[in-house]
Design a protein around this ligand. Structure first.
Ligand SMILES: [Mg+2]
Length: 199
């Protein structure tokens, strides 16, 4: 087995939990809609456009408020739009423990407002060698280009990189490119997976 030189990590449901049902319920409470209805109205094109970086913070606010039939000022919308995040406290010290031992990269499908909210709350990100956010690079997982860009930025070949994600589809895409894709489930399993990779 070749030595692992880089660990690439997903963000949502790996470093932070994101409870979309809670988000939809919170938005619905403000818009007079059920959480289910909010989920229906927000599924589709707008979310993808935000992840690809085609909508900036104001664009996201306008798009989401338009879909829900409300007009919330940014100072109310931004915290509401990120109200479904909680830090994955059990995994963060384990990631800290990798700093300096292996190159670290973040590979996330995310949008401008969520990153603005999360960055100051996840100081460990500043110690990463690369942060590949879909909204900044224009590619989204499972597109091969986002994985290739992450490899380029951490400076290693596919077989020298491990990739962790909670979505099987994104792990499969990494494996197809020759990375060591691993399905992220729990912090304890993450430990076992890292040990098996020689880390
Ligand atoms: Mg995820």
């Amino acid at each position: 087995m070749s030595e692992v030189k880089a660990v690439l990590l997903d963000l949502g449901n790996v470093l932070v939990f994101h409870d979309n049902a809670r988000l939809f319920t919170a938005l619905g409470a403000r818009a007079g809609l059920s959480g289910e209805e909010v989920g229906r109205r927000l599924s589709g094109a707008g979310w993808t456009a935000a992840n690809r970086g085609r909508l900036d913070a104001e664009g996201i606010r306008r798009d989401v408020c338009g879909a829900l039939g409300v007009d919330l000022p940014m100072e109310e919308f931004a915290p509401l739009w990120s109200s479904h995040f909680t830090l994955h406290d059990a995994v963060l010290p384990r990631v800290e423990g990798l700093v300096g031992r292996v190159r670290l990269g973040l590979v996330s499908n995310t949008n401008a407002l969520h990153m603005a909210w999360l960055r100051p709350r996840l100081p460990v990100l500043q110690r990463f060698d690369a942060q590949v956010m879909s909204c900044e690079v224009g590619f989204v997982k499972p597109e091969p280009d986002i994985y290739r860009l992450a490899l380029e930025r951490v400076g290693c070949t596919a077989d020298e990189a491990a990739f962790f994600d909670d979505l099987p589809e994104f792990v499969q895409a990494a494996n197809t490119l020759g990375l060591k894709g691993r399905l992220f489930t729990t912090a304890a399993t993450f430990d076992t997976q890292l040990r098996a990779l020689g880390l």
